[in-house]
Design a protein around this ligand. Structure first.
Ligand code: SF4
Ligand code: SF4
Length: 166
């Protein structure tokens, strides 16, 4: 049998006043320290090249989509979130997607599509917010996924930098 010796509390200790005063002093001190709470969504989350937000398709400076509809990202996607139908073009690059959908409800933001792409055509953007009223609205088609290369530049440069290490 284990006998637990309890400490006999004095009257002052039994009033819990020291603990209350200590708690209040901590609260008072914290009132003058810099705030760490972010007022989201009014205050956006900070992003940079490392941010792995939702995947987006790159539109080149000539206005054409960089994707050649090879299907590698579709095959690499572990969530089966990507659906692509290709079509022929009369440009030097012979194929482009006729349909390129990403079901954002399935996407787990893993970045495998970005890694699989041989044409620098899909990158993880700095877009983090995802909310809508219906499931259908979150199945993004090509028009919703397209972004100019300039908007993706920070992430593209970051990925190039880490790939150069290998
Ligand atoms: S980030 Fe991952 S889950 Fe999302 S579309 Fe790309 S490969 Fe699929
Ligand atoms: S891997 Fe790249 S080029 Fe191939 S289909 Fe996907 S986005 Fe297009």
């Amino acid at each position: 049998m284990v006998i637990v010796k309890r400490k006999i509390l004095s009257l002052w200790e039994r009033l819990y006043l020291p603990e209350v005063l200590r708690g209040l002093s901590i609260t008072f001190r914290k009132m003058f320290e810099p705030r760490v709470t972010r007022q989201y969504p009014e205050e956006g989350l900070p992003t940079d090249g490392v941010t792995r937000g939702q995947p987006r398709l790159v539109v080149k400076d000539d206005g054409n989509i960089a994707c050649v509809s090879c299907g590698l990202c579709e095959a690499a996607c572990p969530a089966y979130a990507i659906t692509i139908d290709g079509q022929e073009t009369d440009r030097f690059i012979e194929r482009e997607p006729e349909r390129f959908d990403i079901d954002m409800l399935r996407c787990i933001l893993c970045g495998f599509c970005e890694e699989a792409c041989p044409k620098d055509a899909i990158y993880m953007s700095n877009e983090l917010e995802l909310a809508d009223y219906t499931r259908e609205a979150l199945a993004y088609d090509m028009e919703k996924l397209k972004r100019p290369a300039s908007a993706m530049r920070e992430r593209m440069d970051y990925v190039k930098k880490i790939n150069d290490r290998w």
